[in-house]
Design a protein around this ligand. Sequence first.
Ligand code: NAD
Length: 546
Amino acid sequence: MEENIGYSMLRNPRYNKGTAFTYEEREKYGIKGLLPDKIETIETQILRVEEQLENFEKPINKYIYLMQLLETNETLFFKTIISEPAKFLPLVYTPTVGQACQELGHILRRPRGLFISIDQKDHIKEILRNWPVKDVRFTVVTDGGRILGLGDLGINGIGISIGKLILYSSCGGVPPEYTLPIVLDAGTNNEEFLDDPLYPGLKRKRIRGKEFDDFVAAFVEAIQEVFPKICIQWEDFTGVDAIRILNSYRDNICTFNDDIQGTAAIATAGFISISRLMEKSFKDQRFLFMGAGAAAFGIADMLLKKFIRDGLSEEEALNQIWMFDVNGLLVKSRTDLAEHQLQFAHDSDPSDNFAETILKIKPTAIVGVSTVGGAFNSQVIENMSAVNERPIIFPYSNPTSHSECTAEQAYIWSKGKAIFASGSPFPPVLYDGKTFTPGQGNNVFIFPALGMAIFATEAKRVTDDMLLTAAEAVAEQVTQEDFEKGLIYPNVNDILKVSMKVAERVAELIFESGLAGVEKPNNICDFIKSKMYVPSYDIITCNNKP
Ligand code: NAD
């Protein structure tokens, strides 16, 4: 079928400007008459998007509409998202993306990204070469093993990869043409999906063990060959797989795991900003975790690094970090601890009572990563208030129903003293005539900026030092005014500005550590800016496209 170039451009989301094509462009590409005559600005187009979004009541329908916009006009999509991140991010990412993943088989329109099943293990390079862009720099890869707190969502987990890459571009400036969402399909243990005729993935139980690891290894080898400058971000693998995969590759290729390292960095950023704003030394913080799984270890590891960066010895640092799991306090006398848990086990009496342990250990902060909704009960918060003037309460389990306590409970039970941040969002709370805005430990302040720094510098590795530097840079941008409102993270609507500074700091470290793949520029800030994606029709060059 013969097509004129203008007609193809109208159907290519990367080059489409819709009603904003100028007279000259319409003339040049043969678009005249294919659009209403009136030329519109992108601002007018955003008004139309907003009005159409208003027509949908349910967030999931807004999500579907926005994803279709992404498939129609990429520039308009990203310009819309960044026009008001606080409003649009929850529609394209958490919490709506969770439902989108659960229902992907039913709401599927045009599949996006690459689907690599274990049956194609010997053809991965061929699949990767089918992607139309030849210089991919950033991929978010999942196997759908544990999507958010929603469990095994199999191939539908690609929704998370797509959502996250949208954030890399809109909140960090990584150009979308360099990004690629991928799902590795090794089956699913989700019985509902296995019985659902509309589930689009392999209809078999998950393949595990060596066969799965060989599949991941084949993928890593293939993607390194096809896209040599790639950075792989592992996303939402189950805890054990996530740790094992990260540890297998982190020292040899450019890779990281946002669930482990990004979560750790954003939590650490919160504690650094609290310490700074309370004019307290970070070294005086003492942490008690409820939950000793993947998330807990990621956070604890980064706290350990921060303590050591601030001058404590490893022994002193370990003394400031305590953990409690389903069987109680991690102490040396326990015989059920896994290898990686031993480091955080102390010489202390066993305890299976979290609230009592608080009175004994006197933590300044409690961190909930147990997946047990309501586990921070009134006694826990009251005991934290008894040993701290301003108790730091971080229930990080997702989704909201798994949160260890709500923001309202934390403020009421602490009589308005709690400094609160959670994994899932909570609305502002009015207590004793004062409005408290609960913080949300949203990784969006970390990974898009980290991604931008990696992209711009063509970094060879991703180190924990880079994540810690990102955390410090985020914390520095919280103002006393934010803190007085209860905020310990910057305002999400300032995300691009915040990301720029974070990317600059991380890029500096990448150059200093000799991990950059490009020459160090004179001015890192200008360098990052020059590489940054800006959604604008002015910079779309249509010359030899599509
Ligand atoms: P995991 O299954 O690896 O670990 C859970 C831990 O909780 C285990 O150590 C278990 O022993 C412990 N536990 C269970 N019941 C308990 C109880 N009653 N009392 C004390 N401990 C108990 O899970 P994970 O991957 O570490 O994730 C934990 C939570 O953290 C999830 O809800 C996840 O959504 C959340 N998380 C949040 C973010 C974020 O960005 N906020 C990121 C990653 C994970």
